[in-house]
Design a protein around this ligand. Sequence first.
Ligand SMILES: *Cc1c(COP(=O)(O)O)cnc(C)c1O
Length: 332
Amino acid sequence: MIDLRSDTVTRPSRAMLEKMFSAPVGDDVYGDDPTVNELQNYAAGLAGKEAALFLPTGTQANLVALLTHCQRGEEYIAGQGAHNYLYEAGGAAVLGSIQPQPIDAAADGTLPLDKVAAKIKADDIHFARTRLLSLENTHNGKVLPREYLREAWEFTRQRNLALHVDGARIFNAVVEYGCELRDITQYCDSFTICLSKGLGTPVGSLLVGSAEYIRRANRWRKMTGGGMRQSGILAAAGLYALQHNVERLKEDHDNAAWLAGQLREAGADVMRHDTNMLFVRVGDDCAALGAFLRERGVLINASPIVRLVTHLDVNRAQLAEVAGHWQAFMQR
Ligand SMILES: *Cc1c(COP(=O)(O)O)cnc(C)c1O
């Protein structure tokens, strides 16, 4: 199947599996797993931060990040469509008694700082204490403007807020800016990385920040059930991904742009493409289109606006097939 539902569907390559197979391991709850330690140190080094923590999923990494930044009765400001507000089952509120303050993101994926400022609560017994601004980069495929990252950083310094970035796809932003990871992560206190999306590992995420922050996060990881043992097997995949699969993300971006062009030529209503995602308006045709493509070996999420995601397991020739089937559907 040609699977365009998400970049989470990527499978570990043989080379990655070989690294996993031969990884030296230990008990990571004791801090003894050399491969986990290597991954954490490597990621922290790339980010210009002191420390990192390996977690099973991005959802848990975001949860632990919020639990570490905010106490009970405090709040974080995030986008209405932010993963750590909308798509994590309310974990911060349920498990941390942390109140979300969602605001609408601008069209470019940023949270306008004047709108953020308007939501920061005064020191008053009626209000939760505003503690954290949480951004997402990339957000629905959109790379936040680089200048905005610095402005948000300065803003949070002035307003005494911490700044977290959900960087599930932060390397898609890095290759798009053409910069180093540290060039952008200097503008946040903490951030997460998903290793299991376009980077191609079977599981794993990282939370990155200061040594003191990560030391506290480690306790929350344990409490939320994320302390793992010989997890070097998994960390080996992450190391491989960071060393081999970052620069190639550019191919995914080029492929998404190329597919957008092909689908437009085929008459599809392509709304936009950014990094490795494109969005196509199909309206009421979605169920029929989904079934038509599935019969021809193509998987999509069939909704009125279809999000197509390119990744390391789909190549140009396969995307040409997809465009051909799409055209056949439009002409049926
Ligand atoms: C995928 C994703 C996550 C984490 O997802 P998991 O499936 O739990 O690894 C977090 N934030 C964003 C923006 C994501 O796209």
